[in-house]
Ligand binder design. Structure first.
Ligand code: FES
Length: 156
């Protein structure tokens, strides 16, 4: 009992000393750190908020990435800003695919002769379903969901 009591007392004392040391260390470290963080955060937030707000409004507000008249029947067009290639395999049917080649991630170079083409190693992909028409690529292009709204083509 006496041993246990003295151990408890010892641990309690050590704990109190340790806690006091930690508190001192924490408060000494936190005070200078929290002040600049708050100041930097306050300065950054308005700028970041404004930039993000305008970018988000344009992108997620359903802006058109292309006009239906921009996309030839039996062909397509790479929309670099949106990272997609939009095709029109048959009149009135529009498809969209990721504009990065699945072989070694080169940006696709164009749509010609009924295929979506990569000039890095000359893979060709179907404008209908993005499947590989000509290797070395072995994996189809990822399809993107689009919405045709009148004459506007939008990412869904
Ligand atoms: S990266 Fe497109 S064919 Fe190699």
């Amino acid at each position: 009992m006496n041993e246990a009591t003295s151990r408890r007392t010892l641990f309690a004392s050590a704990g109190a000393v340790g806690a006091a040391a930690l508190l001192a260390a924490c408060s000494a470290e936190e005070t200078p750190t929290s002040t600049p963080t708050t100041a930097a955060g306050g300065g950054t937030t308005p700028t970041g908020g404004t930039t993000t707000g305008s970018t988000g409004g344009t992108g997620s507000g359903g802006a058109a990435i292309a006009k239906t008249s921009d996309i030839p029947v039996g062909g397509g067009k790479i929309i670099t800003a949106s990272g997609v290639v939009v095709t029109q395999p048959t009149a009135g049917t529009f498809k969209a695919f990721d504009s990065m080649c699945t072989h070694q991630q080169c940006p696709l170079s164009g749509v010609a002769n009924g295929t979506i083409n990569c000039d890095c190693h000359f893979s060709k992909f179907s404008i209908t379903d993005g499947s590989v028409v000509s290797p070395p690529a072995t994996k189809a292009l990822a399809e993107k969901t689009i919405v045709v709204d009148g004459t506007d083509i939008k990412l869904a």
